[in-house]
Write a protein that binds this ligand. Structure first.
Ligand code: G4P
Length: 290
């Protein structure tokens, strides 16, 4: 899929992250609970290999709860890693994050040894919402300080808790083809960068295989016929159902695709996760062999 998703400014973000990682105690990686592995930045895994990590599966309210449990179990098995599933709007989100950070790096405490945390996440994963929750009514102290680049912000959450925020960053090359589609479906990649019809067809193909009953319910499809439909049959049906029509009653496939993607992003099809740890392992192997 031709996705031009690595705009030039992301190089700056990458440099800022690479530089800052050296001086922090730990890293928070915000992931999208609907696509945890696809939304994880492989560059970060390399850059922060030796740092304690808190992985946050954000937007858990939109994700399939059973699959979230699978991901939590998978991540908990990784060394020096803590993991939380959250909905950024929940009241306790901020205090859970702060407590999880303190437990990962227990020895830093006090004004002379503030806990220094770098927070990263791809665009649209909910990082700003989480940070605003952590700041609460406190105003963010940012910018023009020695040692703080333009591409980052230092936020003082408490006298002994400093958070470094960097711009959302994607990575230059996708190894796993499915990750490209999942990121596009989630809205992490700018709209101009992708062919929405292709992305919607890939999404429908996954949903018909793994979440058929949710599709049938959302789009009131015939229960005996629709199990035999392919992705294009689904797109056509949804076009009809959702009034995505051109003159003469022909289907407007572009509009139908936009509707499916918006429905998915807004959680209107149901709570869906586009990958499991096992599926990811298979995709990764395939990607590495290509
Ligand atoms: P970013 O900094 O990582 O780029 O993401 P940001 O916080 O701007 O969040 C991107 C979108 O995701 C926002 O919606 C935000 O409200 C939504 N969001 C963040 N966390 C969660 C979550 O845990 N659950 C759900 N359901 N949504 C979440 P938006 O439509 O772009 O803006 P708005 O609706 O807030 O106006």
């Amino acid at each position: 899929m031709a996705i031009q998703w690595y705009p030039g400014h992301m190089n700056k973000a990458k440099k800022a992250i690479a530089e800052r990682i050296k001086s922090v105690d730990m890293v928070i990686e915000v992931l999208d609970a609907r696509l945890p592995a696809s939304s994880a930045n492989p560059l970060l895994a390399k850059l922060a290999a030796d740092k304690p990590k808190l992985k946050i599966l954000n937007k858990q309210d939109l994700a399939d709860p059973e699959r979230t449990v699978l991901w939590l179990t998978d991540y908990r098995a990784q060394p020096h890693t803590n993991v939380l599933a959250l909905d950024a709007s929940e009241k306790q989100a901020a205090s859970k994050i702060i407590a999880a950070c303190r437990s990962l790096v227990p020895n830093r405490h006090g004004l002379d040894r503030p806990l220094r945390v770098l927070i990263c996440g791809i665009p649209n994963v909910g990082k700003s919402t989480l940070i605003n929750g952590m700041l609460g009514k406190r105003s963010a102290k940012t910018g023009n300080e020695p040692g703080i680049t333009k591409a980052e912000q230092r936020l003082i959450l408490a006298d002994d808790f400093w958070l470094y925020d960097t711009p959302g960053m994607l990575w230059p090359k996708i190894i796993v083809e499915e990750a490209g589609y999942n990121l596009a479906a989630s809205g992490a990649v700018g709209r101009n960068a992708l062919d929405e019809e292709t992305v919607a067809l890939e999404l429908l193909d996954y949903l018909r295989r793994h979440y058929l009953s949710l599709l049938q319910l959302r789009y009131q499809a015939d229960l005996s016929e629709s199990p035999h439909w392919r992705d294009d049959n689904w797109l056509e049906w949804i076009g009809k159902k959702r009034g995505a029509l051109l003159s003469g009653g022909r289907i407007d496939y572009q509009k139908a695709a936009e509707r499916v993607l918006t429905d998915f992003r807004d959680g209107l099809i149901g709570r869906i996760t586009l990958e499991t740890p096992n599926q990811w392992a298979v995709w990764l192997k395939k990607g590495q062999m290509q």
